[in-house]
Design a protein around this ligand. Sequence first.
Ligand code: AMP
Length: 498
Amino acid sequence: MNANLYALLRDHFAEDAEQPCLLIPGGPVIHYDDLDATSARIANALSAAGCRPGDRVAVQTEKCWQSLALYLACLRAGLVYLPLNTGYQKSELEYFFADAEPTVIVCQPDAAESTAALRPQSTVLTLDGAAGTLLDRAADQRDSFEPISSMPDDLATIVYTSGTTGRSKGAMLSHRNLASNALTLVEQWGFTRGDVLLHALPVYHVHGLFVACHCALLSGSRMLWLPKFDAAEVIGLLPHATVMMGVPTFYTRLLADPSFDANVCRSMRLFVSGSAPLLPETFESFRARTGHAVLERYGMTETGMNTANPLAGERIPGSVGLPLPGVSVRIVDGDARACGPETVGAIEVKGPNVFGGYWRMPEKMREEFTADGYFKTGDMGEWLPNGYMKIVGRAKDLIITGGLNVYPAEIEEKINALPGVVESAVIGVPDPDFGEAVTAVVVIRPGDALNESELISVLKADIASFKVPKRVHMVADLPRNAMGKVQKNVLRAMYSSK
Ligand code: AMP
């Protein structure tokens, strides 16, 4: 059997080939057979440009329906798709191109010249329909392309991690990795042909490209395809959707709009959140406003999705739910022993979803996998007594102050619960006395007057004094990346000398 992911996707949408696939507000309706034909043409054009199975195709373009067709073209032609964040600049791109050695680079028209100068060894193309571009070349090609016969472990994509510590690493994901996770999620989240997924996530990240698109394509459902998240636009479109996947910021932005209410969500059956922690307050406010309990799940570039709250059953705020079927998740202490409930340890995962290693970094394989094949996620977590998992933060964010461990999430939870606090981030900054000093960066609701000394004295009455922040900085907002993750590395750099 052909393990090519495109063959699997096409098997599921083929019988409905004339059905709409992408609904583009203010733009065309793209049917499944349009997507199939366009991706076939692109696959033929890439082959004509000299790409052979296993070659890398690096892509840094704005989100459009043709960028999805390009991804599918790479799958079916056995090419390794390499999505790049649209925010990456020259020095970052230089590293990715030198590391991945793509045969073809597809970029934005205004970057064509600089990209060609950066990487003369690659064929540089732009996507859009002007003369000589990839879509122009594709227009002359045949609209059929039989998916290349792939083995399950053949490489489908390399996705570079965000690299907040050290060099970014290229996570190698196979056809099996992507397919197993997609099949599990379609089943777990009850996707059917009747669904309309509101898609406002970027497609250079696993959340938007794999989790969201695969669920829709594998179930033959439709996607409302938005170039980006805009709260007012999303509120206007939600009455036409049944499912939305988002990062926590989507949910806080929707709640910030007074017109967002249960009526807006009348046709929705499911809201999913991930990529960063969804604050319990956001979960509760969302439920109070709409009647919907957001389904929070946990995953990462290297593994796809690992755990999720259930579709039927209790969704617990502040928890990422239960291990997905087929995925083994364990939490271990410093001696690699399994932790009991309510004991923080390192999260490790194993399963068909887990990547095969980092591109051209075999030594990392030994460092980041255990002898029995579990991937060390770098996240810290604990089991709740009912078997659900709670994420406590990244191991590298753990603060060691005076030799004692402080888990930022515990302190952030306490601070967030104080009246007037919108959100907070707790970091460790170098300190001559303690090694690291606990420091809080706090967003206060406008008009509220909570100050540093009040906050510290309230916390002192509640938690051990070594956990209480030595300094509290009040800010208007926290720095976040496009996936809604608080950039603690930025905060550490900002507050280290203060
Ligand atoms: P990425 O590889 O960019 O998808 O980032 C993966 C990381 O995001 C994980 O290792 C976690 O640290 C974090 N993450 C993803 N989902 C959640 C979640 N639901 N709650 C808390 N952290 C999350």
